[in-house]
Design a protein around this ligand. Structure first.
Ligand SMILES: C[S@@+](CC[C@H](N)C(=O)[O-])C[C@H]1O[C@@H](n2cnc3c(N)ncnc32)[C@H](O)[C@@H]1O
Length: 294
């Protein structure tokens, strides 16, 4: 069967450089602005196409090693191209962060942006890994998204998907059951509420400071949201449908996003939190909260 352009894109999570400008890339400078001093080793978890690693290398000539761990072979390949000019200052490893293998490095900074929800419900494994791989005095900079959720645990992108599936003739009340039958956990369940996440993080780290901002996605046309969804979520949701319906599903997601854009002036908005964490026992200060308006 011939795949549509969007289906092919979803399969490789392609087009992320462009799509991530709508949301994820804003985490990059937000996080890197919190890196202080002259770090020598930085590890980025779920490093995608290497955007954060590249920016870190440019900002910090002190970095002798920037390490990326990422599951997608397509993304590793794209990151490899992007980071080729930095030669031996970069190491990229294909890795599954739900079962992370030890590395022979201790990092001054570990970053993880827009990734933790994909590791639900075994986030403890990566959190323990980070604790064990931080150099003394090092810190972990983590961003987490927190869409509101309904009684079925759906919210954020799940709502847009529900609207798209409804457009394909599936009753809205049947959507939670359809996702569950196909083993697709709602993203708003994966993301966990802030207080639950704070307890989980507290098993391994002291929260030094956290900041919060609103992540708003806006688009200029339906096709732009279709593209964003395919680059960000790939086949995750589309896999609940027969292959013959998937091209239409992606178009319906684009239409649902565009309808919201026209009705509300944005497709979505949700709080994003940036946590600066240090291994437990290294800092006993009370956590400080800041609210960012940018
Ligand atoms: C939304 S993207 C974020 C990419 C990048 N950190 C950013 O902020 O733009 C999520 C990334 O996590 C990766 N990922 C998801 N599950 C993973 C896993 N179990 N192990 C390693 N990487 C994973 C995906 O392949 C994807 O590149």
């Amino acid at each position: 069967m011939t795949l549509s352009g969007t289906e092919a894109q979803a399969r490789t999570l392609g087009g992320y450089d462009d799509a991530s400008r709508l949301r994820q890339v804003h985490d990059r400078d937000w996080v890197l602005d919190r890196v202080t001093g002259e770090p020598e080793v930085l590890v980025d978890l779920g490093s995608g196409i290497g955007q954060l690693l590249q920016a870190a290398l440019e900002r910090h000539p002190s970095l002798r090693l920037a390490v990326g761990l990422e599951r997608s072979e397509h993304r590793i390949a794209e990151a490899g191209e992007r980071l080729r000019p930095y030669a031996s200052r970069v190491a990229l490893h294909q890795a599954d962060l739900t079962a992370p293998a030890p590395l022979p490095h201790r990092a001054d900074v570990v970053t993880m942006t827009s990734v933790l929800h994909w590791l639900f419900p075994v986030e403890q494994r990566v959190l323990a890994w980070v604790r064990d791989h931080l150099a003394p005095g090092g810190s972990f900079l983590l961003t987490t998204y927190h869409p509101a959720r309904d009684e079925h645990g759906l919210g954020g992108e799940d709502d847009i998907v529900r609207e798209a599936l409804t457009g394909l003739g599936i009753a809205p009340e049947a959507v939670p059951g359809l996702l569950a039958d196909r083993g697709v956990l709602p993203i708003a369940t994966r993301t966990r509420p802030e207080d639950e996440l704070a307890s989980l993080l507290g098993e391994f780290f002291t929260v030094d400071t956290w900041w919060e901002r609103e992540a708003t996605v806006t688009v200029g046309e339906a096709a732009q949201y279709e593209h964003f969804h395919a680059a960000t979520f790939g086949d995750y949701y589309a896999s609940v449908l027969e292959p013959g319906l998937r091209a239409e599903f992606f178009r319906a997601v684009g239409r649902a996003g565009w309808r919201r854009q026209q009705e509300r002036g944005r497709v979505s908005a949700m709080p994003v939190r940036l946590w600066r964490l240090v291994p437990r026992g290294q800092d006993s200060a009370q956590p400080r909260q800041r609210t960012d308006t940018t």
